[in-house]
Design a protein around this ligand. Structure first.
Ligand code: UD1
Length: 422
């Protein structure tokens, strides 16, 4: 646990190398449980969500080993967990162990994931889809007790294109008998990365990146070496930091194709933005035009970038409107920004941001991962000193954020208050 001490008002200049994607790494790591062998995962970010997932893999009898950013997972001696002490429920993506555990051992006991700061986040579609694949699921207290008679492919139409549900089906159906078709599937790059991983393990998945994914079940997945894609949300976070503070940044990584929606909006804000195969350059004068944004599924503007761009828009030359359409309660950071001098009116899932000349430093609290990132950006933009609390959330998804920002010329220090983050 700790906080970020930031002295704002400096331009940011230079380049950063973006880390491996959190949301691509987590489902891949959960899937290594289904692989009976030694998986080598390269470009894996050392963030606390990944470290938690490693602990869960250890609890399943796997052995995990780091060498730099390469993570080796040996799952040859893995076993099914008889209780959910495996930590499922600690982080939300642990629900993906349900698919991997069922696929390998034909049984699983999983904690119900609780609600979180950004809304209820139910798992009803995961449960309904698994039932269609032949899983029997009973609910006992806070647990789902799951067992499998025959794992058989099925046609599954999703009510909404949920990322996690699509991934869970992909994991389990990859070893089902026969064909599974997911309609209204999620198209996010991280879903495609999971399909690439499963295919490199001998799976047969096609159509990913579109609304209809076809999974031809195979008997077994074999171990492989795989590289995690670069993190488009970390990329967007750094682009927003420079947009708001002014400066010139090159973000190195193969991320521009996946970041179009964010790049377009930052261009509309008045920044110069140019993408190529090896990264994205952004130049900002620190003067921001007002824009309107509605979050939506890929390839539209990602909900995971909403808090960061809200910080940028606090200093625009007019009125901006942000509508959050993915998660019901993802505007808590607006109230923290108000403590820094922002003028924001929140009604339901809509925030109206009246641009002010500048923000001033304050003590603020990020109640979730991306809110924390957004507040760090606001503190970098603000005049004077700020303290941003909630580092336990930020560290879930950003690798060395303070060092990377320091290298761009920011004044930011992480102050550890002694307790552990995880
Ligand atoms: C993933 C990402 C998260 C991102 C989100 C949306 C990971 C680890 N997390 O979360 O960073 O913000 O996608 O891009 O990859 N829903 C239901 N029932 C279900 C499942 C989901 O109603 O069974 C709803 C959710 O409450 C939400 C919407 O569907 O309103 C989208 O959620 P989903 O795409 O599943 O997000 P996650 O996979 O949890």
């Amino acid at each position: 646990m700790g906080s970020y001490l930031i002295e704002g008002g400096r331009q940011l200049n230079g380049s950063i190398v973006v880390s491996g994607s959190k949301n691509a790494a987590l489902p891949v790591l959960c899937t290594t449980l289904l692989v009976d062998g030694v998986s080598v995962i390269k470009n894996c970010p050392r963030i606390t969500d990944v470290l938690d997932t490693c602990r869960m893999l250890d609890d399943f009898g796997c052995t995990t080993k780091w060498e730099g950013n390469t993570l080796t997972v040996d799952s040859r001696n893995a076993f099914a967990s008889e209780d959910s002490s495996t930590g499922a429920g600690k982080i939300r993506s642990s629900i993906l162990f349900m698919g991997a555990e069922l696929g390998r051992f034909h049984k699983a006991v999983v904690h119900k994931p609780g609600g979180c700061q950004i809304g209820k986040r139910p798992v009803d579609m995961h449960i309904e889809s698994f039932r269609k694949l032949g899983v029997t699921i009973t609910e006992e207290d806070e647990m789902y007790i799951c067992s499998l008679g025959k794992l058989k492919g099925s046609d599954i139409k999703l009510r909404i294109p949920s990322v996690g549900t699509t991934e869970n089906i992909l994991i389990l159906a990859s070893v089902a008998e026969g064909e599974t078709i997911i309609e209204n599937a999620a198209k996010e790059p991280e879903v495609c990365a999971l399909c690439d991983f499963i295919n490199s393990c001998g799976g047969k998945i096609s159509g990913y990146g579109t609304e209809k994914i076809v999974i031809e079940g195979v008997k077994k997945l074999h171990a492989t070496e795989f590289e995690i894609i670069s993190d488009r949300i970390e990329t967007g976070t750094f682009l927003c930091a420079v947009a708001g503070c002014g400066g010139d940044i090159f973000v190195k990584g193969n991320v521009s194709a996946q970041s179009q929606a964010v790049m377009n909006k930052l261009e509309m804000c008045g920044c110069l933005v140019k993408g190529c195969d090896c990264g994205i350059r952004l130049v900002s004068s620190g003067k921001i035009n007002p824009i309107n944004i509605t979050t939506a599924v890929y390839p539209l503007f990602p909900t995971d970038m909403q808090p960061q761009i809200m910080s940028v828009l606090t200093i625009s030359s007019g009125i901006s409107i942000i509508t959050e359409s993915v998660f019901e309660k993802r505007l808590s950071h607006a109230f923290e920004l108000i403590k820094m001098g922002a003028e924001i009116d929140v009604k339901g899932s809509r925030a109206t941001i009246y641009g002010v000349d500048k923000l001033h430093g304050a003590k603020v609290y990020g109640h979730d991962l991306r809110a924390g990132a957004g507040l760090i950006i606001a503190a970098l933009m603000a005049e004077g000193k700020s303290e941003v609390f909630g580092s336990e959330y930020v560290k879930r998804g950003y690798e060395n954020i303070e060092q990377k920002l320091q290298n761009l010329g920011a004044s930011i220090l992480f102050e550890n208050t002694g307790e552990t983050d995880v």
